[in-house]
Design a protein. Structure first.
Length: 367
């Protein structure tokens, strides 16, 4: 293996594939990045066996001799980051010993044979769906935060992607809150899968521009292809709970308020709340809306939400400040509607104008 390449081109590609590499992998070879130099391209692969990221470089590269090697992800990334040169020359000196040369420095890095790297099947198989990359990125950001951190119910640690009748629903819940994003899609495909949160976060980070992304969904895995990047992730086994019955259709009470004003009020009300529970209370009637929190050890705070417009009978409801905060931020709109069905029943947060994002929060009982 012998090639010359623009440093920034290589650094950008390494930064993408290294996201899939885990330093804790039980298989030592998976702590490395596989370099595959072909006649007309360099293919880089990183994997922790749950998620695999592969990218290829065709431009700003001079291929001198084909070959393959696996290099430590940690060290190759740091070397390419810090080497003081516009171009780098990388070649195998002996066996797997790889030399990385800049304008004034030279590194010799011990590699591993590419034969030891597990064979990963990145075939385009299964149900194909094409969508805008920015739509996918948005849907991930608007749902993944609501997944569960607890491994006791593995299905809740991922996001449920459900496609049917030209509609894709992305749903996440930790059983205390729920986030749902609805997307219209061109393809008439049908699937119901659960994608791990970690994989979705990495996909979201790699999406940089508005382009089309291809999804290939099969029984145990899903493959994402865009902009010379392939990302494949395993799926979580199991059936996702039916969450449709959790979302109420009729509401007796509603509050409308601009997002920034409500976020700032939540922030102030949280100042004196207990850090562990962080519970705040809304007391609403048609004359005024009050936000308050009380902690026996610290004290209490009360704020009049003068910008809120409330419709309905008087209502008091307590809930986690963090959950409401996350919900409003994910909607990313100027104005929100908060819809209630009763004191101890889940309530909904929606954008004032759009219906494609639904955030649901469960109230808590306070005495």
């Amino acid at each position: 293996m012998n090639f010359k390449i623009k440093r920034l081109e290589l650094l950008n590609a390494l930064a993408k594939v290294s996201r899939a590499v885990s330093m804790k992998s039980p298989l030592p070879v998976l702590t490395g990045i596989k370099f595959d130099l072909k006649e007309d391209e360099l293919i880089l692969t990183g994997s922790d066996s749950d998620i695999t990221i592969q990218t290829s470089i065709h431009e700003n590269i001079e291929i001198i001799e084909k070959g393959s090697v696996v290099l430590s992800s940690r060290y190759i990334l740091e070397i390419i980051k810090k080497i003081d040169s516009e171009d780098v020359h990388i070649y195998i000196v002996d066996g797997t010993l790889t030399r990385i040369e800049g304008a004034s420095s030279r590194f010799d890095l011990n590699g591993t044979s590419y034969i030891d790297y597990p064979r990963i099947d990145l075939n385009k198989s299964g149900v194909n769906l094409q969508m805008k990359a920015t739509d996918l990125k948005e849907a991930i950001e608007q749902t993944s935060f609501a997944t569960s951190e607890k491994e006791t119910r593995p299905v809740l640690t991922g996001v449920n992607f459900k496609a049917k009748d030209h509609v894709l629903e992305c749903i996440a819940t930790d059983s205390y809150r729920l986030a749902k994003r609805i997307l219209n899609i061109d393809s008439d495909v049908s699937f119901n899968i659960i994608i791990p949160k970690k994989s979705l976060i990495e996909i979201s980070r790699i999406i940089e521009k508005d382009e089309l992304i291809d999804l290939y969904v099969s029984d145990r895995k899903v493959l994402f292809i865009f902009d010379s990047v392939l990302i494949q992730t395993r799926l979580i086994d199991g059936s996702y709970p039916d969450t449709s019955r959790l979302i109420p259709n009729d509401f007796d009470y509603s509050m409308t308020i601009d997002s920034t004003s409500l976020l700032n009020s939540i922030d102030r009300a949280s100042l004196l709340s207990n850090e562990q529970t962080n519970i705040i209370k809304l007391s609403m009637n048609e004359d005024q809306v009050m936000l308050s929190s009380y902690s026996q050890e610290i004290g209490s705070v009360e704020e009049n939400l003068s910008r809120a417009f409330y419709k309905g009978q008087p209502l008091n409801i307590s809930f986690s400040a963090k959950y409401l905060n996350d919900a409003i931020k994910s909607i990313n709109g100027d104005k929100v509607r908060v819809l209630f069905t009763g004191e101890m029943k889940p309530f909904i947060i929606k954008d004032f104008e759009k219906e494609d994002i639904i955030q649901l929060v469960l109230p808590v009982r306070t005495y």
